[in-house]
Write a protein that binds this ligand. Structure first.
Ligand SMILES: Cc1cc2nc3c(=O)[nH]c(=O)nc-3n(C[C@H](O)[C@H](O)[C@H](O)COP(=O)(O)O)c2cc1C
Length: 395
C-alpha cells in the first residue's frame, strides 16, 4: 500500500480541507537517511511504501583494501536487483565508507556496473573502529583527502552517475566545516548532505542548522539538511534556518513513518508558513498544528508493521526476527502511544508464532476500533474467523 499525499485527509475538526497537488506551493525533497543496523532494505521498503520520500541512501558498505564482490553490494542494497529502487519505486544510493582514494574508486567502479542511481560517500561515521582506520568523520580533519576521494570516485564512475557525500560539521569542532564542504565540491560531488553536528557532539541535541546556511553560502552544489528533525515543526524550522529545501530524515521517520507525508502536506497547506517555521520550538515532539497533520494513525500503520514482520521472517534468521520488530516498536513508541503498549507485550515474546498471533489480533482489534488495551492474545486463532472472546489475562 502506498499513501498518496494528494489523498491525505486532514483532521475533521479543521473542515474538509484536503491536500492535493494543485494546492502545492513548494515541495521539499525528502531523503531517507542511511542508518546501519536499523534502516535496512526491509525498513526502507516499508517506509518508502508509506510515502513522501524522494530518495534513500543505504547504510554504509565498508571498503578496505579488497575489491568487493557483487554479492556484498547486493546484500546491503538488494534494490540493485530491482533497478536501484525500492519496491515503491524510490531510488536508493549505496553508500561507501573508506579512506583510501584508490580502493574507494576501484570499488565504486565495480559498484557502478550494477547501475545504482548514484553513489554516496560517508564522511560522518563517528564509530571508533571506523575512525581508527581513518574513515568516516576522521576524514573531516583532512579536507585534502576528502577532495582526493571525491575526485577519484568521480573519475571511476560514468559521468551520468551522481556522486554525493554526507558529512558532519567536523571532528572536535566545526572550524573546518566550510573547508570540508568546499573540498567535497571541488572533488566533483554533485550534492552534499550535512548532518549538522560534529563527531564530538555524537547524537546530542541540538543540531546546528545555522551552520548548514553557512555552508550553503560558500558552495554551489545542492545542500541537504540533516539532524534532529522529529516533526513537521522541526522540518519547517530547519528549512527556515538552513535555507535548504532538501531534508534528510533519520530517526524521526523511523519514529513516525508518516513524517515525510506530513511535511509535504504542511508545505502544500495554505495554513503553513514555511518561511517562518511556524514558530516551533526546537526539539518539540508536538506537530505544528492539527491543520498541518495528515493522519497516519496506528490503524493505518498496523498493516505496514505486519508487512515488516513478514519481510523480516523471510530475510533474517529466526533468532534475530523478534529483535528487529522490537527495535522498530521501540522507536515507534516515541510517537504512537499504541506502540508503547505493543512494545510492552511483544518484548516478552520471542517465538515468531506468538508474535504472528498478537499482530493478527492487534489488526483485528484496530479494525473493530477497539481501544488498544483490549487487545488480547488468545490461544487459538482460526484464519478468517474473528477471535473468540478474549481469555482473562492481558499480556
Ligand atoms: C543507528 C544509526 C546508524 C547510522 N548509520 C549511518 C550510516 O550507515 N551512514 C551514515 O552516513 N550515517 C549514519 N547514521 C547517521 C544518520 O544518517 C543521520 O545523519 C543521523 O541520525 C542524524 O539524523 P536524524 O536526527 O534525522 O536521525 C546513523 C545513525 C544512527 C542513529
Amino acid at each position: 500500500m502506498k499513501i498518496d499525499p494528494a489523498l491525505v485527509q486532514l483532521p475533521a475538526e479543521n473542515g474538509p480541507a484536503e491536500v492535493g497537488p494543485c494546492a502545492s506551493r513548494t515541495r521539499m525533497t525528502i531523503l531517507l537517511a542511511p542508518m546501519e543496523g536499523l534502516l535496512d532494505f526491509v525498513l526502507r521498503d516499508i517506509l518508502t511504501r508509506v510515502g513522501g520520500v524522494d530518495r534513500c541512501v543505504s547504510e554504509f558498505i565498508r571498503v578496505t583494501n579488497t575489491l568487493l564482490p557483487d554479492h556484498v553490494f547486493t546484500r546491503v542494497v538488494p534494490e540493485l536487483l530491482n533497478g536501484g529502487c525500492t519496491f515503491a519505486g524510490v531510488p536508493v544510493r549505496p553508500q561507501l565508507l573508506g579512506s583510501d582514494p584508490v580502493c574507494l574508486a576501484e570499488n565504486a567502479g565495480r559498484l557502478a556496473v550494477l547501475r545504482p542511481p548514484g553513489i554516496d560517500l560517508n564522511f560522518g561515521c563517528p564509530a571508533r573502529t571506523v575512525n581508527r582506520h581513518g574513515g568516516g568523520a576522521a576524514l573531516l580533519d583532512q579536507p585534502e583527502l576528502l577532495l582526493a576521494i571525491c575526485a577519484a570516485v568521480r573519475r571511476a564512475v560514468p559521468i551520468d552517475m551522481p556522486v554525493s557525500a554526507k558529512m558532519r560539521l567536523g571532528v572536535h569542532d566545526d572550524s573546518r566545516a566550510l573547508e570540508c564542504a568546499l573540498a567535497i565540491e571541488s572533488g566533483g560531488a554533485s550534492e552534499l548532505v550535512v548532518h549538522a553536528r560534529t563527531k564530538a557532539d555524537a547524537y546530542r541535541p541540538p543540531a546546528y542548522w545555522e551552520r548548514i546556511a553557512d555552508i550553503r553560502a560558500v558552495v554551489r552544489i545542492p545542500v541537504v539538511a540533516n539532524g534532529e528533525i522529529w516533526n513537521v515543526q522541526d522540518a519547517l524550522r530547519c528549512r527556515a534556518v538552513s535555507g535548504s529545501d532538501s531534508l534528510m530524515l533519520g530517526r524521526g521517520m523511523v519514529t513516525d513513518p508518516g513524517l515525510a507525508l506530513a511535511i509535504q502536506a504542511a508545505m502544500a497547506s495554505p495554513d503553513a508558513n514555511p518561511a517562518s517555521g511556524v514558530g516551533a520550538q526546537p526539539g518539540s515532539t508536538e506537530r505544528a498544528s492539527p491543520a498541518l497533520c495528515p493522519v497516519i494513525n496506528w490503524a493505518t500503520l498496523l498493516p505496514f508493521i505486519n508487512d515488516f514482520w513478514r519481510l523480516v521472517g523471510t530475510r533474517l534468521e529466526r533468532r534475530q526476527q523478534a529483535g528487529r520488530l522490537k527495535q522498530w516498536l521501540n522507536f515507534l513508541r516515541r510517537h504512537h502511544p499504541e506502540a508503547e503498549l505493543a512494545y510492552g507485550v511483544l518484548r516478552t515474546l520471542s517465538e515468531p508464532a506468538a508474535i504472528d498471533q498478537w499482530l493478527a489480533l492487534a489488526a483485528f482489534n484496530a479494525l473493530q476500533n477497539q481501544a488498544p488495551e483490549t487487545v488480547w492474545l488468545t490461544n487459538a486463532i482460526h484464519p478468517g474467523e474473528p477471535p473468540s472472546k478474549p481469555r482473562q489475562g492481558l499480556l
